[in-house]
Design a protein around this ligand. Structure first.
Ligand code: ADP
Ligand code: TRP
Length: 332
């Protein structure tokens, strides 16, 4: 590195040191939808300018749901392309995958030893899983502990997520407090960050938009898919303004613009849906095109992910060393 680049490098370092830290991740369990985007992903991009950001792919979390090599690989690459296509710049953001940083699973064990079963049994995700089936894997039960390590290894100030992940961030805070209490001050307590207006984006059936409900509008949908999804939005003939159509539309236009249109077209559901299709297409088309560009050079995208993993590892392994020291296993 020449002198000028060295100075530039140090300036960037000093600048980043003053920034607050942001961390979040997404499970590679299928195509993202506009609920994921407005609830979580969009914030990653908007906040990357003001925060030193760690954004990762939670592949070990996904292993609870995806147990197929080809599908796992495809999904990991999928989320990577999604991240790049929405505008996350690897020069600004550390992009990595959880399985590249083994400290995540190591710290999970340490947290397991200070967390009680009744405490984890109160987690919503566990309760939901229990309501559906009695044969719950330990990975599902332990999900919040792995998520706590994902967060705490990087000492973030904020964790932007949708409403459904709030409890998990609270569990991470509790776990940090408990560890600090037993072994001495080690972990910073993170704050959850939830965008109020988009905390829960509704799906085409009015329930929370979710991959598992089959009620999504995919973020990178082709025009025909957008059309099909919008036409399937459930409308109640009793309403003047079709609630579900309006709720999705309001992600794209402010109420001051949207309300007069909806009031003018009371009862004309088909016309309103057609307008929503056009607005969604305008919003999605550029993202879709960008993703296709990144898709042309997957080795390049993977190199970004790998380099991000190495950067993340540096941070995580320092914290893990501190943990080993605090718990007393560092005897050399
Ligand atoms: P899904 O429920 O579709 O499986 P994930 O659990 O993968 O979604 O969620 C990834 C991120 O997107 C999380 O931060 C989550 O809180 C957010 N999210 C998911 N669905 C919605 C939604 N309908 N509205 C707002 N945010 C959401
Ligand atoms: N549990 C999150 C989800 O289902 C994904 C996730 C894993 C995460 N670890 C995280 C999000 C750490 C924020 C921070 O969406």
């Amino acid at each position: 590195m020449d002198k000028k680049s060295q100075i530039q490098h140090s300036c960037v370092k000093i600048y980043l040191m003053g920034k607050k830290i942001l961390l979040s991740g997404i499970k590679p369990t299928g195509r993202p939808h506009i609920g994921n985007y407005f609830g979580a992903m969009r914030q990653f991009v908007e906040l990357a300018k003001d925060y030193k950001s760690y954004i990762f792919i939670a592949d070990y979390h996904a292993l609870n749901f995806i147990q197929n090599k080809a599908e796992m690989k495809e999904n990991i690459i999928g989320v990577l392309l999604d991240y790049l296509a929405i505008g996350l710049d690897p020069k600004e953001v550390t992009l990595y995958k959880q399985s590249d940083v083994s400290d995540h699973t190591e710290l999970t064990w340490v947290f397991d030893t200070i967390t009680t079963m009744p405490y984890l049994m109160r987690a919503h995700a566990y309760k939901d899983a229990e309501a559906k089936s009695k044969e719950i894997v330990v990975g599902t039960f332990n999900y919040p502990m792995l998520m706590a390590t994902d967060i705490l290894l990087y000492s973030p100030d904020v964790v932007p997520v949708g409403q459904d992940q709030k409890q998990h961030v609270e569990i991470a805070r509790d776990t940090a407090e408990k560890f600090n209490h037993i072994f001495g001050e080690t972990f910073k307590l993170p704050e959850v960050m939830i965008m109020k207006d988009v905390a829960v984006v509704p799906g085409t059936d009015g329930r929370k938009m979710s991959k598992s409900y089959g009620n999504t509008i995919p973020l990178f949908a082709e025009y025909v898919e957008i059309k099909k999804a919008v036409m399937s939005i459930v409308t109640d003939s009793g309403e003047g303004i079709p609630k579900n159509v309006y709720a999705i539309h309001s992600l794209l236009r402010p109420a001051s613009e949207l309300l007069p249109i909806y009031e003018n077209k009371t009862g004309k559901y088909k016309e309103l849906k057609e307008l929503l299709i056009e607005d969604l297409e305008k919003f999605i088309a550029p993202l879709r095109e960008k993703r296709k560009e990144f898709e042309k050079d997957i080795p390049k995208a993977l190199a970004i992910l790998k380099a991000g993993g190495e950067k993340a590892k540096e941070v995580a392994s320092k914290k893990m060393d501190e943990v080993r020291e605090k718990i007393g296993v560092n005897v050399y």
